[in-house]
Design a protein around this ligand. Sequence first.
Ligand SMILES: Cc1ncc(COP(=O)(O)O)c(C=O)c1O
Ligand SMILES: N[C@@H](CCCC[NH3+])C(=O)O
Length: 417
Amino acid sequence: MDYFNYQEDGRLFAEDIAIEDVITQAGTPAYIYSRATIERHWNAFDQAAGDHPHMICYAVKANSNLGVLNIMAKLGSGFDIVSVGELLRVLKAGGDPGKVVFSGVGKTELEIRTALEAGIYCFNVESEAELLRINEVAAVMGKKAPISIRVNPNIDAGTHPYISTGLKENKFGIDIEKAPAIYRIADGLDNLEIKGVDCHIGSQLTEISPFIEAIDKLLVLIDELTAAGIEISHLDVGGGLGVPYDKETPPEPAEYTKALKERLGDRKLKLLFEPGRAIMANAGVLVTKVEFLKLTEHKNFAIVDAAMNDLIRPSLYSAWQRIEPINKSVYRAAREYDVVGPICETGDFLGKDRELAIEQGDYLVVRSAGAYGATMASNYNSRCRPAEVVVDGDQAFLVRARETHEDLWKGENVLPS
Ligand SMILES: Cc1ncc(COP(=O)(O)O)c(C=O)c1O
Ligand SMILES: N[C@@H](CCCC[NH3+])C(=O)O
C-alpha cells in the first residue's frame, strides 16, 4: 500500500499534498517520494521479523538519494552497499557503518580499505580472489575483516534474465558446491572473521518458492559448516522481493519472513534482509508534462518531457509501469498512446499502447518509480537529471535540485589549440 491517492475532486495527492502543487515548485520531470510509504514498507519487514534477531539492510542501489537514506537511518536501518560511493552516501546521510553489508563482485583495494576504516558489519564476498584481497588489506591495517560468503545456489528466480543473479551462469557469488572449501580457506586466514552465509538470487521475484529453495540449500551448507567447526552467526537472505507494478501478487514481507523463520527451526541465526525495490518502488512516482500529442494514421504518441535517461526500466527490461494523469476530473478525449520522451532513440518510451484521456500541457505520473528510477538516470542527449522531492504529510522537501547544464559539463575541457 502507498500514500499516492486520488481525491474525490480527481486530483492525485502524495500524502496530504496535491502533485500539481509539488510540481509548481519543483518543475518537471520530477521524482516525488512519500516518506510515510517508505516507513510503512520498512516497518513491514521489521515487524515481520519481530523479536527474531535481525537487521534490515536497505539496498542503497534502489534509491540512494541522501534524503531517502536519511529516512532509513532515522528508522535505524542497516544498508546493503555495492561501492565506496554508496558507503560515503550512507555515512553522509547519518547511517550507522556498523550496520552496513558490502556486496558486489569487483571490490577494489581502496573500497575494502575505506569500508574497514569505517567499521562496516560485514563483507559479502563473491570470489576466492576477493577473499584473499580482503585478508591482505586487513592485514596491512592490522584488522580482522568480518566476512560472509555470497553463495550462488543455482536457482532460477523466475524473473527477467538481466536481474536474475542466482544461476550458475551469472557472475555473482560462489558456486554452492565450492563454498565449503572457500569457508575452510577463510577459516585459515588470520585477518578474516567468518560471520555468515549470504545469497541474493535476483530481483522482482513474485513467487516464494525460489526463495525457499535457496534457503533450504543454504541451511544444508550452514549445518555442514557448523559440523566442521566453522561457526556461522547470521544468514543474509538478500533482497529480491517483488512489488505489484500491475497485477502481480508477490509475497508480503510477513508471509515471506514467516516461511523463513519456520525453515530456520532452532538454529540460532540472526537474519539479514537486503530489500530495495520492496521498500522504494511504490514509494515514488515520476511526474512528467505532455509537451505534444502527435496523432498519426498508425499510432498516437504522447511526447512527454521525461525520457529513458530519467527512467530506463521500460526501455531496458521492457518493464511495465502504470501511467496516469495527475488530474482525472477534466474532460478529455481518450485515445491509445505510446508515451515517449524526446530522446533520439526508438527505444525511448515510458509506456506503450496506453489508454489516456489527455491534452497537450497535462501532467502524467509514472507510478512505482521510487526504485531503480533516479539511481539509473543518465545525462544522455545532454539532459539534466530530474529534481527529487520527498513529501512528508503536508510538507514537501526538495531533496535534489534539478541538475543544471553547468553541472553537466563540470570537469570537461576544450583543447588549448
Ligand atoms: C546483493 C543485492 N542485494 C540486494 C538487492 C536488492 O534487490 P531488490 O531491490 O530486488 O530487493 C540487490 C539487487 O538486486 C542485490 O544485488
Ligand atoms: N535495476 C533493476 C534491478 C536490479 C537489481 C540490482 N541487483 C530494475 O530496475 O528492475
